[in-house]
Design a protein around this ligand. Sequence first.
Ligand code: SF4
Length: 308
Amino acid sequence: MNTGDLRALLTALTSLPERRRREVRIPLAVATAVMSVKEDVLSSNRPVNVSLAGCSGAPQLTKWQPTSDVVPDSFPTDYPKPPPHNPPKPAPNRAERLYSLRQRVLTCTTCPHLVATRNNVVFGVGNPEAELMFVGEAPGADEDIQGEPFVGAAGKLLTKIIEAMALNREKVYIANVLKCRPDMPPGSSGNRPPRRDEMASCLPHLLEQIRIIAPKCIVALGSTAVCGLFGLSEIKMSVARGKWKLLDLDIGDQGSVPVMVTYHPAYLLRNQTLSEKRKVWDDMLAVLNHLGHPITERQRSFFLSPGR
Ligand code: SF4
């Protein structure tokens, strides 16, 4: 290739419109050669040695193909910019959703009379991925102080029951229908059961918790919790205990969550007969069976005879 060919090549290139020039395909060796020859050499008629390694034969201008992958000069700047890459955010997991709900419930002021006397909103505790939830009625004095459900005497018994099921408090989730302690007359001690209207006000919080956790089943502890959960005015525990009730919720594939009705641990503290303990234990065995957990012979025999 001589300087005449190079001049012809440059003339052809420079005569093209800017956009077309950037779309011209020429062999890479020729492009390199053109760009390496100095201006003063091109303006003279002296012969020039140009290496066309990789290029077969002299370049034929008529064979140039429009393309965009080999650009002999600068890159274009007037092409449309691609949209910014914003990958979709992953959906928040259960722990994040529960945390977000907790933040809202902690500042809830729906019941001014309870807000005025509460020390803490007792949201709930446990594993956001729990397959088993325990639901009680409302926080008592101990729970109100500590901000955690079931930490008093009844709570300690519930912990024992959970551990007898070969589980622990970290594996399950524990909550109440009412998140604030029912207020008491000034100067009086003890706890009172939550009213129906109070539980109805707070129930959306609990239902949202259940939707997020999506447990395989729930244990409702005591008649007040059952009434609050299902919006009932009253139930007979002698009839309802030991039975499953379906709580209709829109939880993924599950349209509803089975709820095992059993006694509140406080009831067992007042009625410590073997037969009452065994009734509750029978309910827990049914729950373990529903969850598909193995049950040992020792577990099956709890409270069947004195000392067990
Ligand atoms: S009891 Fe429930 S609804 Fe009422 S103020 Fe407390 S969190 Fe809100």
